[in-house]
Design a binder for this molecule. Structure first.
Ligand SMILES: CC(C)[C@H](C(=O)O)[C@@H](O)C(=O)O
Ligand code: SF4
Length: 470
């Protein structure tokens, strides 16, 4: 019997990629784009070479160094492993005929920033990368997810991936963003609401008027944190905003192919009668700027909130977890989160390092000064973002305010490149993970939007950006 029920966006893209059914819920899928970065890319290629297997589709594979390189001028300070990984990535991509966007070239940058920017990430595409934040590319209506290292080698060898079909969740963000509230605040509030495991086993489709009104870069931020709510994939139906964003990008289809592509992309939306396994609705009008207090992105509250008090928590397991987090973070239960002194501010990462993020940050930084005792970095997500930002003078605004303006890369988001927040120091960061030790051993991380990060930098403490925005 033919199933006539409406289909979800996920089902439409998924079904177009099935090569073979492996079992009831698992399929062999075609991969349209494979992105490689310096932490795992070269080892996959070396592994393949040692087995005498060629890369199946080098022309669908793209590489860039981002994780292990320093973001200091001239890349000075790159650790030995970083240089080794870069050298291996250069050798192996060149031997396999894979396009490498190398240091100082337009196109280099954090892998999840360059995919959309170059027009490599397209609606309806299946995109994989050995990196959990590959979900970011879903902001353009791609089916994009992170893979492990053996899967990475499998994709290099076959251009296919075996995947279990996830359940579907739709998150509807309706309403208008209040003053000072950004895409980052929406997704942090969602994670606070459903929990860091709330999306486990699901592909999340973000919908609603707030998403439709949102520019692409905000949509990428939303999808970026899907994995922080446990979902491997997050996606947003492509629309005119998406097509406008992609048109004219280096790898975007052109001419007649563009017309055909857009016609196909217009069909990529969940049917009105499509059923989701779980639905969540959020009125964005109720959201205020978010800041995390603990060691999971779900440990989040509005900037006007108070640090949780374990004494108020009845459940012993939850109480224990909160005690451990507060101890690590060095915070006083029950105190207002605003006013907590900070040592570092990091503006960057695949979450919030695109041009619009830097503009939002510069808007708050303009004419102000980083507070004494605070170190603040701005790390553009890509070489193109860096150049575009400089062309409009954003670097100057930051430098005048006392920020350090750096080269593109992952930097202090994960501290795998010698760039760390010193032990015991407190940072406000625009990245996506506040795990124990994420920004360095014993570093304390508070996640927030770019505007909130600048508010903290100039105040010397966690502060409500709504009192500062102009
Ligand atoms: C290094 C990489 C595998 C890792 C990831 O999978 O996400 C990193 O990018 C991160 O953000 O923790
Ligand atoms: S910026 Fe951070 S989250 Fe993004 S890919 Fe790099 S390390 Fe991972």
């Amino acid at each position: 019997m033919v199933d006539t029920r409406g289909r979800t966006l996920l089902a439409k893209i998924w079904d177009q990629h099935v090569i073979a059914h492996v079992s009831d819920d698992t399929d062999l899928l075609h991969v349209d784009r494979h992105l490689l970065h310096d932490l795992g890319g070269s080892s996959g290629l070396i592994n393949l070479k040692s087995r005498n297997i060629p890369v199946h589709n080098p022309e669908l594979t793209f590489a860039t160094p981002d994780h292990a390189i320093s973001t200091a001028s001239g890349r000075a300070g790159t650790i030995k492993t970083g240089w080794e990984l870069l050298a291996a990535l250069r050798t192996e991509t060149s031997a396999s005929g894979i396009r490498l966007f190398d240091l100082d070239q337009p196109g280099q940058g954090i892998v999840h920033v360059i995919g959309p920017e170059l027009g490599l990430s397209l609606p309806g595409c299946l995109i994989v990368c050995g990196d959990s934040h590959t979900c970011t590319h879903g902001g353009l209506g791609a089916l994009a997810f992170g893979i492990g290292s053996s899967e990475l080698t499998h994709v290099l060898a076959t251009q296919t991936i075996i995947q279990r079909r996830p359940k579907t969740m739709r998150v509807t963000f309706d309403g208008r963003l209040p003053f000072g509230v950004t895409a980052k605040d929406l997704i942090l509030a969602l994670i606070g609401h459903v929990g860091a495991a709330g999306g486990t086993g699901y592909a999340v489709e973000y919908a609603g008027s707030a998403i439709r009104d949102m520019p692409i870069e905000g949509r990428l931020t939303i999808c970026n944190l899907s994995v922080e709510l446990g979902a491997k994939m997050g996606l947003i139906a492509p629309d005119e905003t998406t097509f406008d964003y992609i048109r004219g990008r280096p790898y975007a289809p052109q001419g007649e192919m563009w017309e055909r592509a857009v016609a196909a992309w217009r069909t990529l939306r969940s049917d009105s009668d499509a059923m989701f396994d779980r639905e969540v609705s959020i009125d964005v009008g109720t959201i205020i700027p978010q800041i995390t207090w603990g060691t999971s992105p779900e440990h989040v509250l509005g900037v006007d909130g108070r640090i949780p008090d374990p004494a108020d928590i009845a459940d012993p397991a939850r109480r224990g977890a909160i005690e451990i987090a507060l101890d690590y973070m060095g915070l006083k239960p029950g105190a207002p989160i605003a006013g907590t002194p900070v040592d570092w501010v990091f503006i960057g990462s695949c979450t919030n390092s695109r041009l619009s993020d830097l503009r939002a940050a510069a808007e708050v930084a303009r004419g102000r000064k980083v507070a004494p005792g605070v170190r603040a970095w701005v790390v553009p997500g890509s070489e193109t973002v860096r150049r575009d930002a400089m062309a409009e003078g954003l670097d100057k605004i930051f430098i005048d305010a006392g920020f350090e303006w750096r080269e593109p890369g992952c930097s202090m988001c994960l501290a795998a490149n010698g760039e760390t927040v010193p032990p015991g120091q407190r940072s406000v960061s625009t990245s996506n993970r506040n795990f124990i030790g994420r920004q360095g051993p014993r570093a304390r991380t508070h996640l927030a939007s770019p505007a909130m990060a600048v508010a903290a930098a100039v105040s010397g403490a966690i502060a409500d950006v709504r009192t500062m925005e102009r």
